[in-house]
Design a protein around this ligand. Structure first.
Ligand code: V47
Length: 368
């Protein structure tokens, strides 16, 4: 029987009994240096839900534009309209990229971009319809709550109307981007012009009501406190209690290259210790989220593999091309092949389960 450090015994007991953890528990877990105990608890909870299964998707990321009228201080990807290096793909160019990726047996497209005032609902309708027409069996996770809000304001429509239109054109799920950190004071300091945390949650609730599942993220390792992180996770858990529409939670470690937040505040980025602890604590606090996904692009493939034994049951897919994290200094490759992902999962003791954007199982690889 594993012996936990005294300071965590009562929390371990709650978890064993299936009791919900509270705010103070979350903060104590964060303040504890007993990473292995926290990881073991998270892994126990992960195993209860998913056994040895580790989910992944053969997917491609497409960033259709980097033109953005936003002003998030952590972002190294955005360009102002007319800036050198600003780009916007035509719908045909996006569809062409996805068709090329289809050769890999693509099941998921992850489509996100900047807030570009030149792009209306019609642009996205063309992309979504085109992808669904040309690539059979693919599912599309696209447009963050921030992009949905922007599109609604541009078009003079409600969020509900925009979501209905996008769903009708082929959108299957929303990604979790734009959540950043909900705590108002920190949010104001890191992304002053972005929609509020409340608005982000409202848009996800609206998507859930329309039968569009969504993901959630948390950007950590910048100006926020442990209390802010726990508050963020508990607000997500509270919405999930009401709607059940979240599929996966993905913690995003702040990357400190080429962005004003890092430069002006002297930030260095997260540690591997913090990355693993955040994965594990997410699993323990988000007891109503089916999936905790590790984003290997930001965490790095090797540490991501370890995270699969610290409570994560899901790892980002093949990706193919990534711009947001790599502009901010991510050192990971652009692609992991299906084979590389499967090998990485098996070597961590997992059973790879290929899924689509709706977490429908495409293929389960049984180890013999
Ligand atoms: O919202 C931007 C983050 C997000 C930096 O839902 C940064 O399946 C770290 O949300 N350092 C976009 N992070 C990525 C995202 C995502 C990725 C993979 C899967 C899913 C999903 C969602 O990237 C932004 C922002 O929080 N980000 N700049 C940076 N310097």
């Amino acid at each position: 029987m594993v012996k936990f450090s005294r300071e965590l015994e009562d929390i371990a007991e709650k978890i064993r009994k299936g009791e919900r953890l509270g705010f103070e528990d979350g903060v104590r877990l964060y303040k504890s240096a007993d990473l292995l105990s926290i990881g073991m608890l998270a892994q126990e909870v992960k195993r209860r839900r998913h056994g040895q299964k580790i989910f992944f998707a053969v997917n491609c990321h497409v960033n259709h534009t980097n033109v953005c009228v936003g002003s998030c201080r952590f972002c190294a990807f955005r360009r102002r309209p007319g800036d050198a290096g600003a780009y916007t793909l035509k719908p045909e160019e996006v569809i062409k990229k996805v068709r090329a990726a289809a050769l890999w047996g693509l099941r998921e497209v992850h489509l996100v971009g900047g807030l570009n005032p030149d792009l209306g609902l019609d642009y996205f309708r063309k992309i979504l319809r085109g992808i669904k027409e040309k690539v059979r069996g693919v599912t599309i996770k696209g447009l963050t709550a921030v992009e949905i809000d922007f599109l609604a304001r541009q078009e003079g429509l409600t969020v509900r109307e925009v979501l209905q239109e996008l769903k009708a054109a082929g959108l299957d799920a929303l990604p979790g981007g734009g959540a950043e950190i909900f705590a108002p004071a920190v949010r104001k300091a890191v992304c002053p012009a972005k929609i509020s945390g409340e608005r982000w949650l409202e848009i996800h609730a609206e998507a859930h009501a329309l039968g569009i599942p969504t993901n959630a993220t948390m950007l950590y390792g910048h100006l926020e406190s442990y209390e802010d992180r726990v508050d963020h996770l508990l607000r997500l858990r509270e919405l999930q209690d009401r709607t059940g529409g979240f599929q996966a939670f993905i913690p995003l470690p702040f990357l400190p290259q080429n962005n004003p937040l890092a430069e002006e505040e002297g930030l260095k980025g997260t540690t591997g210790f913090d990355d693993l602890k955040t994965i594990a604590i997410s699993r323990l606090l988000l007891d109503n989220f089916p999936h905790i996904k590790v984003y290997w692009v930001m965490v790095g493939p090797k540490l991501s593999q370890v995270a699969l034994n610290f409570g994560a049951d899901d790892i980002e897919g093949t990706v193919l091309e990534e711009k947001i994290a790599h502009s901010a200094g991510a050192e990971s490759p652009q692609v992991l092949t299906r084979r590389e992902l499967e090998d990485l999962i098996v070597a961590a003791g997992g059973v790879p389960v290929e899924r689509d954007a709706l977490y429908r199982v495409v293929r389960e690889v049984h180890n013999s």
